[in-house]
Design a binder for this molecule. Sequence first.
Ligand code: AMP
Length: 209
Amino acid sequence: MRLVLVGPPGAGKGTQAQFLAAHYSIPHIATGDIFRANLKAGTPLGIQAKAFMDKGELVPDSVTNEMVRDRLLQDDAVNGFLLDGFPRNVAQAEVLRANLAEKATPLTAVLELSIDNAEIVARLSSRRTCKECGLPTVNTDKCPTCGGDVYQREDDKAEVITRRLEVYEEQTAPIVSFYRSEGLLITVSAIGSVEEITERAISALSRVS
Ligand code: AMP
């Protein structure tokens, strides 16, 4: 299964990605997580990405495309992968298509999590992220999964959320039409419990894999 997960910030991509990656035994590759790990480690990549991330803007394509290309060459991605947060615009989608075509390993499907803006703002402003394992949680002091301390991501603060949604509409939403015209798009509603949404996704994906 070579899968891309698409949806606005706050649609629950990260959470669903964990379950779907485990279900299909494929690595969960989240570009936002890779940037944040680099930021924490103080690498040149992290330092370069920080200025864009703090404003809710996209990190330049040249940097992001190369990072993903390298990641997809690692051994664990040979038999499939789940990309979360990439591609984020049509140019990245075209680079990904070309990279995969070189290896004759095209995408199996693109899963879109659909949700409206009012629900997103409510979700993101109450979202907290674990400092230790990086998983999202809601308004708690400790991570329910590993017990680590939680924090509010700079880009989950109200003013940055608005900008991230604008960036999604302007730059990322067009990839939905791109993948629809490629015949790869599967859309499921992102409203409901985590388990319900996972079941919906697996059932929709069973028709293509
Ligand atoms: P996320 O965790 O997916 O919400 O990503 C957090 C931030 O990382 C985004 O707001 C961007 O600044 C950056 N980022 C993540 N993925 C990409 C991408 N594919 N292209 C450019 N920037 C990205």
